[in-house]
Design a protein around this ligand. Structure first.
Ligand SMILES: [Zn+2]
Length: 147
């Protein structure tokens, strides 16, 4: 769960409330923070989803606080691992995340089948959105391993 900062120090994963333009509050955003120079960056694979969410909030003019882990499946899995993280015997964070992504994808596919059976279009759309958040990550990981 560490990345390297441009200053050479390690960056630790944390979850923060991020406020955009003073009115859009998105809580529990996974962020890497440098111990040394206060540099921080949003977890790379959720950056696009975060931008999309902000655009949606602006369109709907919702000045509410949303919890990112409830909206984004990948962030939810990262948060789950982060909370139970045990450095001593845990496999690499990325390996765990990948495994959990695949499990969650299978689960969501089952739920999708259920929603489809009920003809619940709204539910089906919600699930496909969540599926695409995960499959984007898995695809990227597979590509980076192939190279
Ligand atoms: Zn730094």
């Amino acid at each position: 769960m560490r990345e390297h900062c441009h200053c050479g120090q390690t960056m630790n994963l944390g979850f923060r409330l991020v406020i955009f333009e003073g009115s859009y509050e998105i809580d529990r955003v996974p962020i890497y923070e440098c111990e040394d120079c206060c540099n921080y960056e949003v977890f790379p694979e959720i950056r696009d989803d975060l931008t999309d969410l902000l655009r949606e909030l602006k369109q709907n003019k919702e000045n509410v606080r949303v919890t990112f882990t409830e909206i984004n499946e990948l962030a939810d899995l990262i948060f789950g691992i982060y909370r139970q993280w045990n450095r001593a015997d845990a496999p690499s964070f990325r390996v765990m995340l990948e495994q959990q992504c695949e499990e969650r994808i299978n689960l969501l596919l089952d739920v999708y089948g259920c929603a489809k059976g009920m003809g619940d279009i709204e539910w089906m759309n919600d699930i496909s959105k969540r599926l695409s958040q995960l499959s984007k990550y898995v695809r990227k990981r597979q590509l980076s391993k192939a190279n």
